[in-house]
Design a protein around this ligand. Sequence first.
Ligand code: SP5
Ligand code: ZN
Length: 334
Amino acid sequence: MKCFWDDRQRAHAPGGEFFNGALHPAAEHPGRVDAILSAVDPTEAPSDFGLEPILRVHSADYVEFLRTAHDQWRDAGRDGDAFPYTFPVVGRRPLKLSRIDALLGQYSFDTSSPIGPGTWEASYWAVQTALAATDAVLGGERSAFALCRPPGHHCGKDYLGGYSYLSNAAIASEHAIATGRTRVAILDVDYHHGNGTQDIFYDRADVAYASIHAEPGTDYPFFWGHADETGSDEGEGATLNLPLPRGTDWSGYGAALTQALDWVESHQPDLLIVSYGADTYERDPISRFELKTSDYTPMARRIAALGLPTVVVMEGGYAVEALGANVAGFLSGF
Ligand code: SP5
Ligand code: ZN
């Protein structure tokens, strides 16, 4: 399988993330890609598709914020990564504020996604990597792998969070639509619900979103991914959420996958984007499913059996010692 990767994605190297009342070492760090690169086929660098595909998904004000946030943070006299510390509660009236601390709160939904000096550069090249893999598949490849980091499925049109800053999978989907495909399906198999991807396409019928993830009553991102979220307006019925309890192993996961694949098939997409997270792995440090390395090949084979042109976009997966094998095992299923 063709694999795409750009070394500029290493530029995002957060010094830490804040949860449970303390700063912890960042789970999403550049060492993840060393583990993956040592296990997958040789990679190709993407060409530069520019800002246009990004602006089909993200608002111009959000993109401008992300591009300049760390400079503004430094101009305010701060060292290290930019973190939000105050958030507008849902339903507050919109205000046009310019103070960096207000902007960080306005455009973030958590405290685990700091902005460092290289966050924009890395996120930009993660997007280009996803676009290059998508172009390869639109050009006739059966499947392609986009080794993207930072990941993308938690960020929305105008917000970041969950280690995600630009929505690699959503931008790839919009690129396919903009270049003539009529229907795209996104299958999200990361441990966490892809709240950002869901939000971006929630009211649309042309990009269907299905996710298998940890029950949001117990797990991040809590406020999205409940089974009764099925889409709105024209998108009613084009979102499928299959939450599973902590402790789920391959037997429970496989049953949900059957349901998700039938649903994807019923939407008759021209292109499938798989948001692949290896954080469903039994020894993932921040997650609580019980999948084994040997489960990822059969999982991928079942997805591949749909017979759809498929782009695999990397999302989470934090057990670095097993990450190479978990990614390579998945890709080998295609
Ligand atoms: C892309 C992706 O997988 N993002 C996940 C972001 C999850 N951040 C939540 C951090 C809180 C983790 N709680 C860990 C408990 C460890 N004992
Ligand atoms: Zn995840």
